[in-house]
Design a binder for this molecule. Sequence first.
Ligand code: HEC
Length: 209
Amino acid sequence: MPSRKLNLSIAAGVALTFGAATVLAEGYGPRPEGVAHGTEISEGDLALWDIDIEAPTGEGLPEGEGTVAKGKEVFAAKCVACHGEEAGGGAMYGSMVGGIGTMTERPRRLTPGSMYPYAPIFFDYTRRAMPMDSPMSLTADEVYSLAAYIYHLNGLIPEDFTMNAETMPTIEMPNRDAFMVDDRPDASAERCMSDCKPIGTVADGDQKS
Ligand code: HEC
């Protein structure tokens, strides 16, 4: 529940302002009803920022679709200055094409084609971070089209591929099985959303050394 999380962090910020010692001694105490200051943020406002795409399922991918041809156009208008012709490397970044099969070589060549284990990662990253000088400015159709263009340049999909929420997760990425699950004990922390232990205390199951 995103709004609850926000209220909690606002409450924490206020408590900290009035003295860290109080927080450490008493924890956060009961959460006050409603917001303590400012106005309640609406779920609608939060939705604009709740844009995570799950991988490998692609859950969260929006409606819309894109094609290689449209992606080529958008790329020429909004990406080529930094990423170069046909994403082969430009003023700001190296190639986004090729490198497939180099993961066990030195140097590896990391590109969306060679590295990403799941195709929807491109959507999440590009929508939130690119173009670098104007992030979050692309439409869903533009991002789908750019994904089609880049994955096509990488030889992963045919030129007539239609990219959308259904098709994107089905693309077989070459590096799909090369990632391993990080099972170190300190990497398994679970997010706490209610009745959380005060910050600074050790959660059940955590190792102390
Ligand atoms: C102003 C320069 C600039 C523009 C314009 C720009 N990029 Fe980038 N892009 C970068 C830089 C710099 C990085 C590396 C960022 C990093 O490593 O943190 C990057 C990284 C990326 C990556 C990650 C590459 C990888 O190997 O994982 C993708 C994908 C990408 N850009 C796509 C795009 C697309 C699509 C557009 C056009 C809509 C675009 N970029 C426009 C500068 C730019």
